[in-house]
Design a protein around this ligand. Structure first.
Ligand code: AMP
Length: 288
């Protein structure tokens, strides 16, 4: 497995793979890889004969008060994860490769970025969509693999691909969790032991939501109250939002009378944790 840093090098790798008639799978990441990322690479490995992984902490998706500078970076450890999971090449560009001059063109996905995380992270999805389109243009994958853990991101990227007629397929992979239910995240390593204990309440709240929903409670206010009740058991947890939205439009709804997404962002000390689950759909993407 090679690690390349320039656009010329990654394009050369992809060209060679195409000459051997390989289908190209792509897994974009910010590194600090864990089993959740590994599952995406393994899914790509199953469906594509050549797998490229990007490791890039994209500055344009972080707000000024966010954790860009302290975001964990360890490309050596990440390379071992990638290799074991079956990646063929890692693309780990420097900022000067992706943003050689001040960016003047941005991809803005309207409406879908107004709610949920978009409300609290202005500009975040503009940064995500823009860097993804750069990667898609550089690599030209047949399929790109994203985690349901970042549910709004998946909806935004899918819509960008549709509306810009990008020639690739987006594949969504289930959220991988720790044995106690906490969704795996590179940011979990920020948590102190006490914060880590309380962080389990996010998935517990979502499970409670599913339980109450399955007993016939489809009123959104009641379901949100059930989730907030569980979260309130963690005195150091500060919910930023706890919402239930239409799964396609990501707009608020009053009643779960269609496929819906229950999603939350919770501050735990300096760390912002997110998690979500699907309501009214039979699939295991949230793995709760
Ligand atoms: P990140 O490195 O946080 O930008 O994540 C890269 C990709 O891995 C995104 O598509 C995430 O949704 C996905 N991902 C992150 N955590 C998990 C998880 N626990 N399970 C599955 N996919 C994940």
């Amino acid at each position: 497995m090679k690690i390349v840093k320039t656009i010329e090098e990654i394009r050369q790798e992809i060209r060679q793979a195409r000459q051997h008639s390989h289908s190209i799978g792509f897994v974009p990441t910010m590194g600090a890889l864990h089993a959740g990322h590994r599952s995406l690479i393994e899914a790509a490995r199953k469906q594509c004969s050549f797998v490229a992984v990007s490791i890039y902490v994209n500055p344009t998706q972080f707000g000024p008060a966010e954790d860009f500078s302290r975001y964990p970076r360890n490309v050596t450890a990440d390379a071992i994860v990638c290799e074991k999971a079956g990646a063929d090449v890692i693309f780990a560009p420097d900022d000067s490769v992706l943003y050689p001059t001040e960016q003047r063109v941005w991809v803005v996905v309207e409406k879908l970025t107004d709610n949920l995380c978009g409300r609290f992270r202005p500009g975040h999805f503009r940064g995500v969509a823009t860097v993804c389109v750069k990667f898609f243009n550089i690599i030209g994958p047949d399929q790109a693999f994203f985690g349901q853990k970042d549910a709004q991101q998946v909806v935004v990227i899918r819509r960008m691909v549709t509306d810009l007629n990008l020639p690739l397929q987006i594949v969504t992979c289930p959220t991988l969790r720790e044995p106690d239910g906490l969704a795996m995240s590179s940011r979990n390593q920020y948590l102190s032991p006490e914060q880590r204990k309380q962080a389990v309440l996010l998935s517990a709240a979502l499970r409670e939501c599913k339980r109450v929903f399955s007993q016939g409670q489809h009123n959104v206010s009641a379901l949100i109250a059930a989730m907030r009740m569980i979260l309130s058991q963690g005195p150091i947890l500060h919910p930023e939002y706890v919402q239930i939205v239409d799964m396609d439009s990501l707009e608020d709804i009053d009643t779960v009378d269609r496929p819906a997404l229950a999603a939350m962002a919770v501050r735990c000390g300096q760390t912002r944790l997110i998690d979500n689950c699907l309501l009214g759909l039979q699939n295991g993407l949230d793995s709760l």
